[in-house]
Design a protein around this ligand. Structure first.
Ligand code: PLP
Length: 394
């Protein structure tokens, strides 16, 4: 169908979108209304962990849709229990609450920490978060985020989120007072430009929070579910947080998120937390398929191997073009361009003929890569060849 035939004007404006309509996808490729195909290194914003329209997910959706779609969150259902069991089996956490988006999971984490503070820490409620962090788009998670400008768009903010600097333990220590209940961070800042917290910093944070009886919350909405080459990014630093949130990759593309905690932190009482769609069997059945596939033998080793491959190739490209190197973990990586040409590259890459490539500039001076976790080395080579030809044309 021609672009002008779609009732695009009925959609509320929220951002600038190109004049194409995506119609279908498979694996690392996505197709638009003109039949043009694109090699997808965005994957729904690090969401489609198994690529577009993964067979196992389709099978889970189809078979669950015929069985039960929503009995209400007031009752147990089978996929909800099975997915919770799988997540506790493969993590250091004991309890799981399902949500529908990363922001909602983080709201849950904030509520759980505040509830724990009321119960065990004399009403302490402040959660130390970090500059350039991203935790979602609800009012509380925007307030928790350290994204420039977000303190004023919908002011007044939700109070209680002082900001420290990532990888600077003294900046965290300075903010601790009697009202502090937790420290919350992304083990790898995603939207901030793929900035990993160092292993040393994660260990210092764990030590500091233990010393002051504070909760350590990791927002693994982007870094979790295999993206960093381990099932969860906190596992890279050899520590155990108290609370973790998951989103994006856990659903492989469908709206699913989760809040996990250690048993002694799970202090919600009846009625404290809930939500109409939370833990519905349709989405949790898909999540079960995704996490089962990611934890199958050899899969995460493959993610690490292709992460290393992408790393080496990006470094090669950086040397060749005089860029500033690369950073990241697993298949969440950034190429540091050293100048603000990111958005220009993204535009040209999408408009390439005959095939386009979907890239993202999380910041104007870098490109972020978040391909499907089952991307092949051939597809990585294809992406790099296309990127080189875009760079040649600048
Ligand atoms: C995307 C993201 C969120 C928000 O998730 P939504 O599903 O968009 O609400 C929260 N935290 C991190 C680290 C993210 O990358």
């Amino acid at each position: 169908m021609n672009f002008n035939e779609y009732p695009i004007d009925s959609l509320m404006y929220i951002t600038n979108r190109p004049e194409i309509v995506f119609t279908h996808g498979k694996g690392s490729w996505i197709y638009d209304n003109n039949g043009k195909r694109y090699l997808d290194f965005i994957q729904g914003w690090a969401v489609n962990s198994l690529g577009h329209c993964n067979d196992g997910m389709i099978e889970a959706l189809n078979s669950q849709a015929k069985l039960l779609i929503n009995p209400s969150p007031a009752f147990y259902n089978e996929p909800m229990a099975k997915l919770a069991g799988l997540l506790t089996q493969h993590s250091c956490f004991d309890k799981v609450f399902f949500a529908n988006s990363g922001a909602e999971a983080n709201e849950g984490a904030i509520k759980l920490a505040r509830k724990w503070g009321k119960k065990f820490k004399d009403g302490a409620f402040e959660i130390i978060t970090f500059d350039h962090s991203f935790h979602g788009r609800t009012l509380a998670t925007m307030s928790a985020s350290g994204k420039p400008g977000w303190d004023t768009i919908y002011s007044p903010q939700v109070p209680g989120f002082p900001k420290a600097d990532l990888n600077d333990i003294a900046s965290v220590e300075k903010l601790i007072n009697a009202k502090t209940v937790a420290v919350m961070l992304e083990p790898i800042q995603g939207e901030g430009g793929v900035i990993p917290a160092t292993r040393e910093f994660m260990q210092q944070l764990r030590e500091l929070t233990k010393k002051h009886n504070l909760l350590l919350i990791v927002d693994e909405v982007q870094s979790g579910c295999g993206r960093a080459g381990t099932l969860f990014a906190y596992q890279l630093s050899g520590i155990e947080p108290d609370i973790m949130t998951l989103g994006k990759g856990i659903g492989g593309g469908v709206p699913l998120a989760a809040l996990l905690s250690k048993v002694e932190i799970a202090v919600f009482e009846a009625g404290d937390q809930g939500g109409t769609y939370n833990g519905n069997p349709l989405m949790t059945a898909v999540g079960y398929s995704v996490i089962s596939q990611l934890t199958a033998p050899g899969i995460l080793e493959g993610v690490r191997a292709r992460g290393e491959y992408l790393r080496a190739k990006l470094l090669e490209l950086s040397e060749e073009r005089g860029f500033k190197g690369e950073r990241g973990e697993g298949l969440l990586r950034a190429l540091l361009l050293g100048k603000d040409i990111g958005n220009q590259i993204v535009e040209k890459a999408r408009q390439m003929q005959p095939d386009g490539v979907l890239l993202n500039a999380a910041r104007p001076n870098l490109l972020r890569f978040m391909p499907a976790l089952n991307v092949t080395t051939e597809e990585i080579d294809q992406m790099l060849a296309m990127l080189r030809s875009v760079l040649d044309s600048l």
